[in-house]
Write a protein that binds this ligand. Sequence first.
Ligand code: DGL
Length: 275
Amino acid sequence: MREKPIGVFDSGLGGLTAVRQLRALLPGEDIVYFGDTGRVPYGSRGRDIITAYAAQDIAFLLSCGVKTILAACGTVSSTFPQSRADALPVSYTGVVAPAAAAAAAATKNGRVGILGTQATIASGSYQAALAGIAPGIATVAAACPLFVPLVENGHFAKGDTMAALAAEEYLAPVRAAGVDTLILGCTHYPLLADTIAAYMGPDVALIDSGYTAAFALRDKLAAGGLLHPRATGGTCRYFVSDDEVRFDHLAHVFLGKAAEGEVRRINIEEYTLAP
Ligand code: DGL
């Protein structure tokens, strides 16, 4: 079991921010990544559709023989029912709890901002996780529906005017609330960290949900005796549901380097998870 790969998925490229950190933390692990590039974005869809898509993504990763699954997607982590996650044959980790724990530890003034997709913010998942850890923390949340399409279309460079305009629009109430910590509750958002930081100012700590989830997954594997015995030499395989070339083009930005390893297109509609 220990030698099996880690399965990671997202609606698109955002989950690669978690893969980047996993590669740094656990270089001996093999990783199978699925990005549902044909059906991104998830965050503007209803709960039933997001859950159905996530179930297919999980079914695909299970077909690859993974030893654990990381939902490197704030939207799925906020939506996929815990009862279904608990029924999976392998462990399942989302990004919400680790990011909430990191935010609770980081805030000094007890005011935390939460950014996410429409589905994530509507679910109240980060607010609930924070309330469970530190009930006194005040939260202000903002849905940022244009952030994912901006990132997926390459608008994330420092100084990008479209990204800056969207950030100003979404972040104004969050800045006005005087938060000192801001959860980037969608795994695409770290690509916009420069833009977000430029608007929020240098005193606001940004919490990267994919980054913190990678630590949580490492700790879970260690606790379960499931870390790969090998210290280095892990591989990465990438699967997408749309054009592989488009994926290759942007993946290096999320990973911080070229996506070494095969990239293959699959038909995600062929996969089903038992209810
Ligand atoms: N990376 C996904 C998340 O963390 C993006 C969601 C979407 O596809 O809208 O929420």
